[in-house]
Ligand binder design. Sequence first.
Ligand code: PLP
Length: 432
Amino acid sequence: MTTTPRQHPETICLHAGYRSDPATGAVAVPIYQTTSYQFRDAEHAQKLFALEELGNIYTRIMNPTNDVLEQRMAALEGGAAALATASGQAASAIAVQNIAQAGDNIVSSTDLYGGTWTLFAHTMKKQGIEVRFVDPADPEAFRQASDDKTRAWYAETLPNPKLQVFPIAEVARIGREMGIPLIMDNTAAPVLCRPLEHGAAVVVYSTTKYIGGHGTSIGGMIVDGGNFPWEDHKARFPLLNEPDESYHGAIWTEAAKPLGPIAYALKARVTLLRDLGAAMSPFNAFLFLQGMETLPLRMREHSRNAQAVADFLKGREEVTRVIHPSQQEEKYRKRAETHMTGGFGGLLGFELAGGAEAGGKFIDSLKLFYHVANIGDARSLAIHPATTTHSQLTEDEQMSTGVSPGYVRLSLGLEHIDDILADLTQALEAAR
Ligand code: PLP
């Protein structure tokens, strides 16, 4: 079925990229658990390798099950193409490495998932890519931190623990003035926010979270918006505009022309996925497709439960602060409202008056919530960052990331709200 951007997310998530299996007529997307694909003849093989014809060669680079997931994600975001990866971490790394090499820099928001932070601050630094961190409170900080070696800006739509929506539209507009693409990690807000509509050039996901939705599989996705004029900025993007010696001199902006505005996605697939090998397993792609079928429904329900919990916690004497877009000062609340539709997602934080000790007791008293570092599961999840994900930081460093000693993060699941509130109530009482 052809899906147009005018279709709604509920329809796209069920139909985009697939009608039935061309070989068998199967309505559910089959799991093509194969490494390789028989070429029709020598000429066919030659054309595939020369990119004169698109087709399956080897599952490290493409796979029919993954292809449906990629098309579906691209359609959901309103992008031109997508690339499935083995994890969200692989998606972030490849998204940057695709346009930045040793000697280059990118500018990133300081409000980042910890794994992305270590990738940027340590691993990429060792590989010669400098990541300059700026406070997203001032969109102009991105401009000020950039120079002619800046290849991209990077941020998360709804970063936890602060849960202040990133000013996508404002920063993307400044970036486009300067010829710098904005890469948005939209892991926490699929369906609710479509960063490309606000001017982002690339969207990345940890599909491990809400896309899968059931806590079964690790995966990632890069969506190429097809909306960034790489060719207008030849000096800034030599990796897309100059001959690539790793692919018989291909110039990606030229090579992609017959296929559409997909130079960025095409290069990532046939060079970085080929060389680094961080491909998604077709079995996981199948599970992500299952997850996607109910994604819009789930995001609505996660959002509704998180909102109800925010309202409930506001009135509790054990709680000194509730961290949720609905509870923020007007500037951030308004920004959340302009960037997100249908809810603010399933994440929520709160601070316990009793500090770290109360945080530990609260977590240990939960019976329904799972105590895990993950987010985006159908089940409700909780963690006390000061003693887990943020325990390597000093207390001052923790505070600067928004984690006070009594901070608890919740990822609200799909259980009945009365059962969620009952579990929270008994754990709050036990933590007094
Ligand atoms: N981005 C965000 C916002 C995340 O929350 C995570 C994982 O927690 C990642 C990226 C990394 O994804 P993965 O764990 O699938 O590698």
